[in-house]
Ligand binder design. Sequence first.
Ligand code: ADP
Ligand code: MG
Length: 390
Amino acid sequence: MNLAETVNAVFQQKFGYPPLHIARAPGRVNLLGEHVDYNDGFVLPAAIDRATYLAFAPAHTEQTTVWAADFAQGAVFTPQTLAAKTQPDGSPLPDWARYPAGVMWALRQAGLETPALHAVFASNVPRGSGLSSSASVEMAFGVAWQQLGGWQVTPMELAKLGQRAENQYVGVNCGIMDQFASACGVEDRLLWLDCRSLEWETLALPPTVAIVVADTTVRRKLTSGEYNNRRAACEQAVQLLQAELPGIHSLRDVSLTDFNRLAAKLPQETHKRARHVVEEIERTQQAVALLRAGDVNGFGALMNACHLSLRDLYEVSCPELDVMVEIAQSLPGCYGARLTGAGFGGCTVNLVAQEQAPAFAQALMAGYRARTGLQPEIYICKASAGAGLL
Ligand code: ADP
Ligand code: MG
């Protein structure tokens, strides 16, 4: 049984009638442009063919009843219980239920109708590995309320509302990339997003390549502290560079030439952090030209350069990520490999020749297990369509 069939069957079992619709919203992986979203840079993610599936129907009551099939747990909320983050019986919402409740909250803040739902969802996006399972849950519920609420917004607007839910209701300080990719994904295409203007477009991914995601199974520890500290370093660099470049608002505004001329004035650590960002923004621009020219080798080389920069300048890698990347880069058919996401564990992303992807995955798994004693998860992915109804 696939996940759409599962949520359909579980819905029928829980509510005693079939769902009206099934929504699907994918996870995502970022191929290039890491730690640049909060510096107004460019990112190059793709929605992947792993997704959250949500079976739903209008509840015709005040209460929204949500069943998380992966946890075999339910939760209930109403517009009146949203602010307190509780259920009608006064018990706190389970952590996972804050994502759907947050979406309802953000939509209502924006003046959009959110009729009560009966809902069952399940997902094959791994949780907490950096493939944005949270955004996929949010976008699935966004699609459901859009369908039943009698309103329509652009996928980018829906993404912004999901981000607001996660930032302000769940309390996680994420950028727009996750919800954007889940909402706006296009089959077989990479997405290019300008994080400042939110302009975006799609770029062809050559049909001969596969995106392979490898989960080190090491989970990020203390990331929020490290993450805030990297953001602070970027802000400090902007402040110091403003003495010479008064027009700049973020590292996005600093050309590599200006940076090279002025970098010596920055404290050593700030210099390293800012150099990663300025060079990474440069790489994403080169990458677009290379993709347009169909140059997969060139694109892969930029991914490899990105990993070195994240390891040595931004210092957000860890031994397991470095081992996974090193093995990948030594295997046949690998164009490029790097850590993806915030770092300190989680996944690597690899661009691999399609026909060699299964052998690559096998060898990477065996090599990583031999070197670390850990059993990785490896997903051969296809760039997929964004959130919508099945
Ligand atoms: P990720 O990188 O996967 O987005 P997050 O920590 O941002 O990691 O989000 C993971 C959280 O999202 C989970 O702990 C859970 O609360 C919620 N979530 C994701 N997928 C599911 C699911 N299938 N069922 C219930 N909750 C989910
Ligand atoms: Mg998330």
